[in-house]
Design a protein around this ligand. Structure first.
Ligand code: CA2
Length: 149
């Protein structure tokens, strides 16, 4: 099973500032952890990070018919990006949204997610473990096959 993990803007800065919200571990540690979990779960995983909305849209479009699932932390684009929502709908790949922090307990502007309008599930507030839970959902084949929403 092929899974694409996408991380959005500023997540590459993890561990550098705001450890109280996002933890003290680096982005490199997160990517290493995701690769290790994917291997344990026998998932074939590709990782992508970008600070640029259009590049994320391009990567999602390039995933069309090539992946069985997407795990995405769109970071700040969660709250603003109809373009990323539309790209996910266009490729119709089952998607799980992950956030390190619990966006529902933060500022009002973080409490709405465009991506949740498409995602099968949104996992919030578990830190790095949220990506593990998302990968487990795919490994357990909870969401199989494309759907037109
Ligand atoms: O909780 C999450 O995972 C977020 O997607 C993280 C985003 C934020 O905009 C979302 O509302 C929730 C922020 C990404 C990382 O931002 C950093 C800021 C300073 C230092 C390190 C990372």
């Amino acid at each position: 099973m092929k899974i694409l993990v996408i991380n959005g803007p500023n997540l590459n800065m993890l561990g550098i500032r705001e450890p109280g919200i996002y933890g003290a571990q680096t982005f490199e540690a997160l990517e290493a952890q995701i690769r290790a979990w994917a291997q344990e779960l026998s998932l074939d995983v590709d990782l992508y990070q970008s600070n640029v909305e259009g590049f994320i849209v391009d990567r999602i479009q390039a995933a069309y018919q090539k992946y069985d699932g997407i795990v995405i932390n769109p970071a700040a684009y969660t709250h603003t990006s109809v373009a990323i929502l539309d790209a996910l709908k266009a490729v119709a790949i089952p998607t799980i949204e992950v956030h390190l922090s619990d966006i529902n307990q933060r500022e009002k502007f973080r409490q709405f997610s465009y991506i949740s309008l498409y995602a099968k599930e949104t996992i919030c507030g578990l830190g790095f473990e949220g990506y593990h839970v998302a990968l487990e959902h795919f490994a357990e084949k909870r969401f199989v096959g494309p759907e037109i929403v």
